[in-house]
Design a protein around this ligand. Structure first.
Ligand SMILES: Cc1cc2nc3c(=O)[nH]c(=O)nc-3n(C[C@H](O)[C@H](O)[C@H](O)COP(=O)(O)OP(=O)(O)OC[C@H]3O[C@@H](n4cnc5c(N)ncnc54)[C@H](O)[C@@H]3O)c2cc1C
Length: 393
């Protein structure tokens, strides 16, 4: 089915048929999640363990280099397959979905877009196979939404750069084997004052710091990265000096599609659990799904998930065609993440008291979903991006 959207003179044609390839990829990710993730979800959640071995296994299946061309050892798939994989994994565990997204679309996404050929050959094959786990560091303790005001500096010294500062809230900040790091190379608040670099684990002066103890997404490692007179060669610089922040905004456009997919996975998981339970649970001698108060919740969930999915597919479609999609990616991320929070909240309600316990999966969907309205730009920042794009035209 080919559909056309017309809004504010923008015409977008989209084909909603799922290709055979996408279906095969979905089945692979679904089987993997059932076999290697589902049995351990609550154990990892309780202990906050980052299950490195699972990522190594996903590397064997191509899930850690979904978008990496085959010539660099990746799966060479498109954003359609990528969001499908993130959804299938996140239906079972949001933490694994989040780490998969940070590795694939932030770290690898930055390298795919801005690394030179030599850098791609050096880093992508190791990342695509999960021999190396990737991190991406933009945020600092005092500069989250206002990331352009970062304090971490990189100062040129001969043919090297010396990095000083601390990045916070970094997915794989301790475990990551390499990190793309954005540091200030110009004056504070000046235009084009940041540059992106690759920093490898083991480089003197680079260490992982405190690991966060989180509400949800507890099996995804979130930690500080500390740079103390960390010397790296100019060969590790990604793109031009001064382009780092602009590069980050482009990387985040793609990253936000993956957070939309993560949100969709969580929302679908919570919705499916709620539908099942509402048919099994009896009160007043009948299934609770007979009560309109419950069935209307399911109707709202299904409708909003569908709308979020269409927004996500639209952003994917534009990304694959190489067209501008800053607004559409922000819309997809904003809407899908809010839907994930609302759906998982309502799923807990459908489960009643049982939903409030760790014996059923919905309390975890509820805790995990909240990250989606915060990471890679809060909902407020998405509205800022969307309104700026609307008013620009
Ligand atoms: C689990 C997790 C994983 C993460 N992974 C990474 C990672 O891998 N790499 C990385 O670089 N970062 C990462 N982050 C950081 C994340 O991107 C930031 O937390 C996020 O951008 C928000 O920044 P902040 O936490 O400093 O909030 P703040 O910017 O302090 O925002 C606080 C509140 O103020 C609001 N606000 C701020 N500015 C405005 C404004 N102009 N208008 C309206 N409201 C505003 C915000 O919406 C929010 O509600 C991660 C965060 C978490 C929690």
């Amino acid at each position: 089915m080919l559909a056309f959207f017309l809004l504010h003179n923008e015409s977008i044609a989209m084909n909603f048929e799922t290709s055979e390839l996408t279906q095969q990829v979905a089945a692979t990710a679904r089987d993997f999640a059932q076999q290697h993730i589902k049995p351990y979800v609550m154990q990892w959640d309780e202990t906050q363990e980052f299950p490195l071995s699972v990522f190594k296994e996903m590397g064997k299946l191509g899930l850690m280099g979904v978008l990496v061309p085959e010539k660099y050892g990746g799966a060479g798939l498109s954003y359609f397959e990528y969001v499908t994989i993130i959804q299938e994994i996140s239906k079972v565990c949001g933490s694994i979905g989040l780490s998969l997204a940070a590795h694939n679309s932030l770290c690898i996404g930055h390298l795919l877009a801005f690394a030179n050929e030599e850098q791609k050959q050096k880093y992508l094959p190791k990342l695509a196979t999960a021999e190396w786990i990737g991190a991406w560091g933009l945020t600092e303790a005092n500069t989250g939404s206002d990331a352009g005001n970062m304090k971490t500096t990189a100062v040129k010294d001969g043919n090297d750069w010396i990095l000083n500062g601390t990045k916070n809230w970094i997915t794989h900040g301790k475990t990551g084997d390499i990190a793309v790091v954005i540091a200030r190379t110009g004056e504070p608040r000046a235009k084009d004052n940041a540059t992106a670099f690759v920093v490898e684990k083991g480089t003197p002066g680079f260490s992982g710091g405190r690991k966060e103890n989180k509400l949800g997404m507890r099996a995804s490692e979130t930690a500080e990265m500390i740079f103390d007179n960390c010397r790296i060669p100019d060969a590790n610089r990604l793109g031009e000096v001064g382009n780092g922040f602009k590069q980050s905004l482009k990387v985040l456009d793609g990253g936000r599609i993956s957070i939309a997919a993560l949100s969709l996975g969580i929302a679908k998981g919570a919705y499916e659990a709620a539908v099942r339970y509402s048919k099994e649970r009896h009160q007043f001698d009948q299934p609770i799904s007979n009560f309109q108060g419950i069935s209307f919740k399911l109707a709202d969930m299904a409708t909003e998930i569908m709308a979020a999915e269409l927004l996500t597919l639209q952003a994917c479609d534009l990304k694959i065609r190489g067209e501008a999609m800053t607004k559409q990616a922000a819309m997809a991320k904003y809407y899908a993440s809010e839907v994930a929070v609302k759906t998982s909240n309502e799923a807990v309600q459908v489960f009643g008291g049982y939903g409030y316990t760790k014996d059923f999966p919905v309390e975890k969907y509820y805790r995990d979903s909240k990250l989606c309205t915060i990471g890679e730009g809060t909902s407020e920042i998405q509205k800022l991006v969307i309104s700026r794009e609307i008013l620009r035209g």
